[in-house]
Design a protein. Structure first.
Length: 625
């Protein structure tokens, strides 16, 4: 085969849906004895989506549709102490895909004082940094007055630098302090929380060093006790098998978007393999990725991940949002193995049965039917996705019927089901920002920094887009990536923190005029993992005086999710006008079921497995600084 024929062959493969590793493509095209080129070319690729926005079909109007929102989000990051720029990739132009993904963050009460602190993952640049000037991840302590203090120096968290990606929180050794895992392009890091404000890098001693010379592009992560033995295991998604020495340059494809030459990938690049580590219960982990079935999934290009019991069988499953490929749903087989059922169970593709470029994912029971649903953010030019759980882990795409199909313009990253107005129904926020900084200088009517999407739950299976009513924090344009939800000022409503690319983060404080009630639940496992991750909580309360019977909300405690981020570990349930909680039922992974009746509203309950209330606190809101 001539060189010209080989180039044509490789280019033709890159324009199809078939994605093969470079080495495999070249092996097919080249004679047996010929060495593959040091820098393979992937051929021309135009990355684009053309889904058409559409309103939901006609149906009965909700009585709350069109009414005042009652909450507003204000960005209060300036002067908060969090206004430190996150570094990630080139400014204005990216040479490689590696520069585009950005970082996550965590609302993380690392010192167990009842106030949410903030951990910001940081990144890198291709050209590197002078010694002593390298960016590193940062930990900020909550001062309880709306401000934060950078406590990174001396904590042990400042010793690692690089292309940071995601973070997730969980107490892997059950010592009562939640530990911190951070993913990287390259070696991940497990930080043991010492309980005194310092952390120890235990990556090597726990067996989490990556084998061999190959560099993994680790992305989303979650702590999940998949075998229900009381010890948290660890799942890490992987994006692309990527080597800076051989990665194609934009012009070499050429790789384009809207006629603009942009960073190549992931189409045409070899996908990475997701990793599952089993907690051995002795402070070490074993890589069980292959024997657990993780590598048999259809999807690749994994980004964000969320774990929950999606088929109501009492065992945690794992969902992965994949870029430019079908999503993955690993169904737990109860024997240490998983089976990918995303396509056959209806949670892999768009409503038009097309693969999408999934970025972020959140799980919640938005229609209060006792089944956990999935919302996923996707690329610009496409709708985001809402998969409604019909029971037993079978899903139906209701993106258009629900009202989420009205938007296709912006590019979504962090996402969350959250009850913004404390009415007991889950709303949705999506943080947006384009993947290519080059769009700012193009003729395309696009911007790198974008505003959020905000959707109010209409309580009838539909959502109303209320972005314009959400306040300046929603409408402010930002190059957003990771997004976390939590009540950082302890005033009873949920706030939002957003990590951005080459910009300061956002801290969106929720200000409400609704005067609705709520309850927070913090779990302490004994037989189950200490953090309580994977436990299912049901809250029964008569949320409206006119209601004939109480309504039930259900959620599970999760690690990771959104886009590369960690939410508040205190589970929050809005109660509207309920004056008491009839019952809180906790279904622990151990099989223990606890029921607590007639609880007061507007309190944080710390509940130990076995039904013991360790604390019942009336939270004192942050004082103004």
């Amino acid at each position: 085969m001539s060189d010209q024929d080989r180039r044509k062959f490789i280019s033709s493969l890159s324009r199809t849906a078939l994605v093969l590793p470079f080495a495999d493509i070249l092996a097919l095209a080249a004679p047996q004895q010929q060495e593959p080129p040091a820098k393979p070319k992937i051929g021309p690729i135009e990355r684009s989506y053309d889904a058409k926005p559409a309103p939901p079909p006609p149906g009965p109007k909700s009585p709350i549709e069109g009414t005042p929102l009652g909450v507003t989000f204000v960005d209060v990051v300036k002067g908060s102490g969090l206004d430190v720029e996150t570094t990630f990739g080139g400014v204005g132009k990216n040479k490689y895909l590696l520069e585009t993904t950005g970082c996550g963050l965590a609302f993380y009460d690392y010192d167990n004082d009842g106030w949410l602190d903030v951990f910001l993952v940081n990144g890198w640049r291709l050209e590197g940094f002078a010694k002593g000037k390298e960016p590193h991840c940062r930990l900020f302590k909550n001062n309880r007055d709306g401000t934060f203090t950078d406590v990174t120096k001396g904590s042990g968290l400042e010793l690692r630098t690089g292309w940071g990606q995601a973070c997730c929180v969980g107490d892997y050794d059950n010592d009562g302090y939640d530990d911190l895992f951070v993913t990287y392009y390259g070696q991940n890091v497990l930080y043991h929380n010492n309980g005194n404000g310092t952390f120890t890098d235990v990556t090597e001693r726990t067996g989490l060093l990556q084998p061999g010379p190959k560099t993994r592009w680790n992305t989303g992560c979650t702590w999940v006790d998949y075998d229900k033995d009381g010890h948290l295991d660890l799942f890490v998604a992987n994006y692309v098998d990527f080597d800076l020495k051989t990665a194609p340059l934009p012009e070499e494809g050429p790789c384009t978007y809207k006629g603009i030459v942009v960073a190549c990938g992931p189409p045409g690049l070899a996908g990475g393999k997701n990793i599952l580590y089993h907690n051995n219960g002795n402070g070490t982990f074993s890589d069980v990725s292959q024997k657990s079935g993780m590598w048999n999934a259809v999807g690749t290009y994994g980004l964000s991940v969320a774990a929950s019991d999606l088929d109501n069988d009492g065992w945690p499953d794992i969902y992965v949002a994949n870029d430019s490929a079908p999503a993955t749903l690993y169904l737990n087989q109860h024997d240490g193995t998983f089976k990918d059922v995303a396509i056959e169970n209806g949670a892999a593709l768009s409503a038009e049965a097309k693969p999408q470029a999934g970025m972020g994912v959140s799980i919640g029971d938005y229609n209060r039917d006792g089944n956990l649903d999935i919302v996923k953010t996707n690329f610009a030019g496409d709708t985001d996705s809402l998969y409604t759980n019909l029971g037993d882990g079978v899903f139906e795409d209701r993106t258009y019927p629900s009202g989420l199909g009205v938007n296709t313009r912006l590019l979504g990253w962090g996402v969350g089901f959250f009850d913004m107005d404390n009415d007991g129904w889950l709303d949705i926020l999506m943080s947006n920002g384009h993947v290519y900084p080059e769009v700012d200088k193009s003729k395309a009517d696009l911007k790198y920094a974008e505003h959020k999407y905000l959707y109010r739950n209409l309580r009838n299976g539909r959502f109303e887009e209320v972005t314009n009513q959400g306040g300046p924090g929603i409408m402010e344009n930002a190059p957003a990536r990771g997004c976390a939800f939590g009540d950082y000022d302890n005033d009873g409503d949920l706030d939002i923190a957003v990590n951005c690319v080459n910009a300061i983060p956002q801290l969106l404080r929720c200000d409400s005029t609704l005067n609705r009630n709520w309850i927070k639940i913090k779990l302490v496992g004994t037989k189950s993992n200490r953090t309580g991750i994977g436990s299912r909580v049901l809250v029964t309360a008569k949320t409206l005086p006119s209601a004939e019977k109480p309504l039930v909300q259900m959620d599970e405690l999760r690690s990771g999710g959104s886009y590369f981020s960690q939410n508040d570990m205190r589970m929050h349930f809005g109660l509207d006008q309920a004056t008491k909680v009839d019952m809180v039922e906790i279904r622990w992974l151990s099989g223990q079921i606890d029921q607590l009746k007639d609880l007061e509203v507007n309190r944080l309950y710390v509940i130990q497995e076995g039904g013991k209330i360790l604390k019942s606190d009336v939270l004192k809101p942050a004082t103004k600084s």
